[in-house]
Ligand binder design. Structure first.
Ligand code: BJW
Ligand code: ZN
Length: 242
């Protein structure tokens, strides 16, 4: 592990352009459940009931109840040393992009600035009747919130299965991945596309890939270095070795 920490630090020392992809694992040590663990976020819910447009069409109140709980959780937790290390790392590079699949806002709260939210944000709602998108913060919302502009029901501004990611955000993440010298893939099972495809894109573009996870994942085949342990420890260790 110490050798791998040094190898990761050495790759970063030689890098000019750094891109990072994070997933739920980076927030696990803050107390936010991941998705695909046995006690994870989907437990008690069928994915298609709460994170799919069909679930919304069938039972919007069930979907909102799921997201009210997620919003309350996000508001009650704090960034952990993994988030802090990534925010600090950003200051060391002229070109640094953090693409996150997370919707909890913890990277921004840790001080990360160049954050691309691939799957949306728990803070925002999107109107189902007009074009309004509003940052609502994380304070409690009415059970079935409505739009101040047109009165229609609003939905969480989250990318559900079968929905397109924001084209501009995805393009920017793709460009950052493809042109990076070092690509860090942190706390994601790397099974959800197109986000997971950023790892292969980076590797094909010549980036050295460093994986931070508890276990090997679908991204591991692309990894030049793997740091397998809690990212709240492994990320600060690499930062300290820089
Ligand atoms: C730690 C740790 C610690 C724990 N330290 N590590 C084939 C190819 C391409 C696409 C598809 C395909 N087949 C189907 C698709 C479509 C689909 C998809 O990818 N499905 C796959 C499951 C196969 N993709 C989509 O639908 C996307 N849209 C799209 O493709 O549009 C075009 C299209 C339209 C129509 C048809 C086909 C294509 C949209 C995907 C949106 C995903 N949204 C979600 C739900 C958001 C809900 C919400 O947050 O409220 O986003 S799914 C869920 O998974 C969430 C996450 O962002 C995402 C990724 O999960 P993540 O972050 O990796 O979490 P986990 O739990 O899986 O992993 C945690 C990891 O952390 C583990 O590895 C742990 O070991 C680790 N860990 N503790 C370090 N302390
Ligand atoms: Zn509206």
């Amino acid at each position: 592990m110490a050798d791998d920490t040094e190898r990761a630090a050495s790759l970063l020392r030689q890098a000019r352009r750094v891109c990072v992809l994070t997933g739920a694992g980076v927030s696990a040590e803050s107390g936010v459940p991941t998705f695909r663990a046995s006690d994870g976020l989907w437990e008690g819910h069928r994915i298609q009931d709460v994170a799919h447009p069909d679930g919304w069409a069938k039972n919007p109140q069930l979907v909102w109840d799921f997201y009210h709980a997620r919003r309350a959780k996000a508001g009650s937790v704090s960034p952990n040393p993994g988030h802090d290390a990534l925010a600090e790392l950003e200051k060391r590079f002229d070109s640094f992009t953090l693409a996150t699949q997370n919707v909890d806002g913890l990277h921004q709260r840790a001080g990360s600035r160049a954050v691309l939210e691939l799957h949306g944000s728990l803070r925002r709602t999107r109107c189902t009747g007009c074009i309004d998108v509003t940052d609502q913060g994380l304070d409690p919302l009415p059970a079935m919130p409505t739009c101040v502009m047109c009165g229609a029901v609003v939905r969480p501004d989250i990318v559900w299965f079968g929905e397109m990611l924001d084209e501009r955000v995805l393009k920017e993440a793709g460009r950052a991945a493809a042109t990076s010298d070092v690509f860090l893939v942190v706390g994601t099972s790397a099974v959800v596309f197109p986000a997971a495809g950023l790892v292969a894109l980076a590797a094909r573009g010549g980036a050295k890939v460093v994986e931070f996870n508890l276990t090997r994942t679908d991204a591991s085949e692309f990894a030049d270095v793997g740091l397998y342990g809690p990212s709240g420890q492994t990320l600060p260790a690499v930062l300290a070795a820089l």
